[in-house]
Write a protein that binds this ligand. Structure first.
Ligand SMILES: *[C@@H]1O[C@H](CO)[C@@H](O)[C@H](O)[C@H]1NC(C)=O
Ligand SMILES: *[C@@H]1O[C@H](CO)[C@@H](O)[C@H](O)[C@H]1NC(C)=O
Ligand SMILES: *[C@@H]1O[C@H](CO)[C@@H](O)[C@H](O)[C@H]1NC(C)=O
Ligand SMILES: *[C@@H]1O[C@H](CO)[C@@H](O)[C@H](O)[C@H]1NC(C)=O
Ligand SMILES: *[C@@H]1O[C@H](CO)[C@@H](O)[C@H](O)[C@H]1NC(C)=O
Ligand SMILES: *[C@@H]1O[C@H](CO)[C@@H](O)[C@H](O)[C@H]1NC(C)=O
Ligand SMILES: *[C@@H]1O[C@H](CO)[C@@H](O)[C@H](O)[C@H]1NC(C)=O
Ligand SMILES: *[C@@H]1O[C@H](CO)[C@@H](O)[C@H](O)[C@H]1NC(C)=O
Length: 751
């Protein structure tokens, strides 16, 4: 027995273990034990209370110490421990425990855009002094502090309310007056760089979209050249790194939320998501609930699993869930064949051709293996083509594999390794997403690919050329195909996504510690697509609204953005299930006229109505042993109707039987204009559908006044509607305030 083992045995004997073997220990898995609100609950350390609870359940003090990984206790009460199934069972029955759920990994929902929103620098009003008091917290892959987008020239010291920290480490050795806070979370996992530096690029991209300062001559390989800037360039940034190579873990996100709330952030942006779960088992729903309690709005990405129905994530009614739409700029990469045939593909290709024409071949012709044995050469799979047959040529790859350009498995990467001159990839489905390529490359539609293949097969010396990507105008906004769609499964009568924002081919800052394509190490900007990119646009718009209305609740800010949003130019069949209220319009959102507000206690009664346990809901209220009040779900929701919340959109998933539908929505609005005002209701509905608003006219004597109204929609779900009945109600004061709410009824099984 080695000395090391002897020492270990000695240790085990002395700590009095009922010696759990390594195998047994490995059966333990990290679980989050969520215990509600932490405020005022503890006189001493929260962790002591967690330790006592855990010891009681495990029946062994030192074991309890060993298995506990995290204790939260600033705002969120809870802890993380490696547990066995029976311990999970016992803990979830404990008084004081709201939920116990397994720690899982969630994923990142991987600039012209502000101008496109009519938010042109110099043409809109900003209060730099107030804006520079706003701190936006970003939970992501960290930050590349040396990006010119985070230059703090002209910024004063952090706002007095800031209580956060700059935790330095590898490649992030300082913060500045722009990036005032940085923290990272990856507890008890070795082989990580202890740093909030961004080795991925995603976090830097998102953060600069929110609050980057203006940087001119920003481009990627010369493409999309212009001035890049964030929506609130004077605001401050606090970065919370929760995502690492394998994803973003629940326990790290909760830790970040817990600290960000106390640090003093005003807004939280989080472009991360995963499976949709009941709210008390979803770290983003939990974290954002506690943020809401402290007046902080959390903005989330809707997810990238569209266009199928039921794909939307981040569903809690207290978050703002953002879909991705196009801007009016599109990236075209033209391919020309020697016979004169010209086709337009999509990509971000920064290479200018050096020759008029290049020899053209296909993966099939460049093959040096028998198809099927080593992979599919016609689809340019790795190891199936000979260098001698590809060198110096443009290679055409048939549809077959879906690998992102720039990734080590991408066709561009494979052809580059064979010293090819370029790559043309056939797409199975049309895409609106431009991928940057390592060598000259273009992604072409299926039919275009077939034409090119035909040319190769029927020509003796096929030749082609790929031109540098150019940008052209396109009709916008329309929703991106990948953007996740409703309806949602957790709270079926809350419409999600809430809103949309640009998320297609967005140019923003990038991290020099990451790479856009494997070989281009030093790019300061990058073009990315995803609801990840849409989320920071909406978060910045929310910060912008807050800079005019610092005292508004998170729900009021969200309402202002939703009721002033611009409906899509091109409606897809999923209608509001794709884009909610429409595209953000920050300039209008600062003067919404009316707001639909929601208080913490309305969210609690909503949770009652959704069937959550009232003991658990009581724990969300917080309070110490002395001040804690029993929470009782009572039926005081008359006046709210079927959805039970004063939401700025109106939605119901109606039963699948029968085609006649009839729903009533009850709402309350508060005047936030100046002086007296009178609003008249206007409705839009498909033919044969009746929408009644009662009253049709509302007069407000002074700001702050509240009025109630109800909306009754009655109609027949025609076959042609395919289960989606889309209508809207708009309050108009004839003085420029149009307060619009979409109404969407959904009947399953009709699409
Ligand atoms: C609160 O009350 C419970 C049960 O009455 C007790 O076990 C616990 O120690 C108390 N906690 C604090 C912080 O006083
Ligand atoms: C990151 O840190 C490493 C180690 O300190 C250093 O060698 C490297 O140059 C840094 N990279 C950048 C881009 O600053
Ligand atoms: C750690 O930092 C080094 C540079 O200092 C970098 O090359 C490496 O990729 C980083 N590792 C991880 C896991 O982020
Ligand atoms: C980008 O635009 C600026 C101003 O129009 C120009 O000076 C610069 O050369 C351009 N850069 C590239 C790479 O096209
Ligand atoms: C095909 O060519 C590639 C690249 O030249 C080489 O790595 C591979 O071993 C070859 N395969 C066969 C079966 O010769
Ligand atoms: C060209 O030839 C290859 C190999 O026979 C075949 O797989 C492909 O379908 C042909 N292309 C067209 C357009 O017929
Ligand atoms: C809520 O859950 C707890 C723990 O499972 C249980 O003891 C309690 O009776 C439940 N309360 C209600 C109102 O169902
Ligand atoms: C549905 O509504 C139509 C007209 O609105 C009415 O004629 C019909 O009787 C209704 N059908 C049912 C089953 O209620």
């Amino acid at each position: 027995m080695s000395l090391w083992l002897l020492i270990l045995c000695f240790y085990l004997v002395n700590t009095g273990f009922k010696a759990e073997t390594q195998d047994e220990f490995d059966k333990r898995e990290p679980y989050i034990v969520y215990m509600g609100d932490a405020a005022e609950k503890y006189n001493a350390e929260a962790s002591e209370n967690h330790h006592n609870l855990l010891s009681k359940v495990i029946g062994d003090e030192s074991k309890a110490r060993e298995v506990r990984m995290y204790s939260y206790g600033k705002n969120i009460d809870g802890f993380v421990a490696r547990l066995l199934p029976n311990e999970v069972e016992m803990l979830s029955r404990e008084e004081g425990v709201v939920s116990v759920f397994k720690n899982t990994q969630r994923q990142l929902h991987t600039t012209r855009s502000w101008d496109f929103l009519g938010f042109v620098e110099s043409k809109y009003r900003r209060s730099e002094a107030v804006e520079s008091n706003i701190i936006v917290g970003v939970l992501d892959t960290g930050i590349y502090i040396d990006s010119p987008s985070f230059d703090d020239k002209g910024f004063g010291p952090p706002p007095a309310k800031w209580k956060g920290k700059c935790v330095t480490g590898n490649n992030l050795t300082r913060c500045n007056n722009k990036v005032i806070g940085a923290r990272y979370y990856h507890l008890k996992r070795p082989n990580y760089n202890d740093t909030a530096a961004d080795y991925d690029g995603h976090g830097t991209h998102i953060t600069s979209t929110i609050a980057g300062v203006a940087v001119s001559n920003a481009n990627l390989f010369g493409i999309a050249n212009g001035t890049a800037r964030g929506g609130v360039p004077s605001a401050r940034i606090a970065t919370y790194k929760v995502c690492w190579e394998e994803g973003c873990s629940d326990m790290d996100m909760l830790a970040a939320f817990d600290e960000a709330i106390s640090d003093g952030v005003d807004m939280i942006s989080i472009s991360i998501g995963g499976a949709s779960l009941p709210f008390f088992e979803d770290p983003i729903a939990i974290g954002s609930f506690h943020a809401m309690k402290r007046g902080i709005l959390t903005t989330c990405s809707a997810g990238n699993n569209g266009p199928g129905l039921y794909t939307v994530s981040n569903l809690a009614p207290w978050v703002m869930t953002v879909a991705a739409n196009s801007v009016d700029r599109k990236f075209e990469t033209v391919v020309k064949l020697e016979n004169g045939y010209t086709a337009t593909g999509i990509s971000v290709n920064g290479f200018n051709p050096k020759k008029k024409m290049y020899p053209l071949t296909s993966g099939f012709l460049a093959s040096n293996v028998t198809a099927g044995d080593y992979g599919e050469p016609s689809a340019c799979e790795p190891g199936t083509m000979g260098e001698d047959k590809a060198m110096g040529k443009i290679v055409y790859c048939e549809v077959g594999r879906e690998e992102a350009g720039g990734s080590s498995e991408g066709q561009d990467h494979i052809i580059r390794s064979l010293k090819g001159a370029g790559v043309i990839v056939q797409l199975l489905e049309p895409t609106d997403m431009a991928t940057s390529t390592l060598i000259p490359g273009s992604y072409v539609l299926y039919e275009v690919g077939t034409k090119i293949s035909d040319y190769i097969n029927s020509t003796k010396n096929p030749q082609a050329v790929i031109f540098k990507t150019r940008t052209t105008k396109m009709l916008a906004p329309s929703i991106a195909s990948f953007s996740a769609r409703g309806p949602q499964r957790i709270s079926p009568n809350i419409l999600k996504p809430d809103i949309s924002a640009p998320g297609l081919n967005i140019l923003a800052a990038y991290s020099k510690l990451a790479t856009v394509t494997v070989y281009a190490k030093d790019t300061l900007f990058s073009i990315m697509s995803g609801t990840s990119m849409a989320c920071p646009h909406a978060a910045a718009a929310a910060a912008y609204v807050k800079s005019f209305h610092p005292d508004w609740s998170p729900a009021a800010i969200k309402s202002a953005l939703m009721t002033t949003a611009t409906p899509m130019r091109t409606k897809d069949i999923e209608a509001e299930l794709s884009y909610g209220s429409g595209q953000i319009n920050p300039r209008r959102a600062i003067h919404p006229g009316l707001v639909y507000d929601i208080t913490e206690s309305s969210y609690l009664s909503f949770l009652c109505k959704e069937g959550y346990n009232s003991t658990s809901i009581g724990l969300l209220l917080g309070g110490s042993n002395e001040t804690k009040k029993e929470y009782r779900c009572v039926d005081h929701k008359q006046g709210l109707g079927s959805d039970g919340l004063n939401y700025p959109s109106m939605h119901k998933q109606v039963g699948s039987k029968g085609t006649n539908v009839s729903e009533t929505f009850y709402r309350t609005v508060r005047s936030v204009g100046y002086g007296p005002s009178t609003y008249v209701a206007r409705v839009w509905a498909p033919k044969g559908v009746g929408v009644e608003v009662e009253p049709r006219v509302m007069s407000f004597v002074k700001p702050g006044e509240e009025k109630h109204f109800k909306v009754v929609i009655v109609g027949v779900m025609e076959e042609a509607m395919r289960g989606i009945l889309s209508a809207s109600v708009e309050w108009d004061d004839s003085r420029g305030h149009l307060v619009r709410s979409p109404i969407l009824l959904f009947q399953a099984g009709k699409m």
